[in-house]
Design a protein. Structure first.
Length: 95
């Protein structure tokens, strides 16, 4: 998803909350201790973690199902957050 589409979503959340985008980001960060984009990425990684454990989907399918347009970005971000690649993580459960 390109930056323009993400910005539109953030604007949508701000609009339905009755706040400006900057107010929304500030309030969101106060409550969740993460900016909205980081919070969503964290949820995606946690979902990927569960899907990888199930073993029924390929890593590419997990990446797509969790909203990552690029499997390479998914793998890099997963490793940054989880300390290992999706493949490494899956090998722990399915040697």
């Amino acid at each position: 998803m390109g930056p323009d589409r993400r910005a539109g979503r953030r604007g949508w959340f701000a609009t339905i909350s009755g706040l400006s985008e900057s107010q929304f980001r500030r309030k969101f960060k106060q409550v969740f201790r993460l900016p909205p984009v980081q919070f969503i990425l964290k949820l995606r990684i946690l979902n990927a973690y569960s899907l990888l454990r199930s073993g029924s989907l390929t890593i590419g399918e997990v990446s797509n199902q969790c909203g990552f347009e690029s499997q390479n970005y998914f793998a890099r971000y997963f490793r940054q957050q989880m300390g290992g690649t999706p493949r490494d993580y899956r090998r722990q459960y399915f040697p």
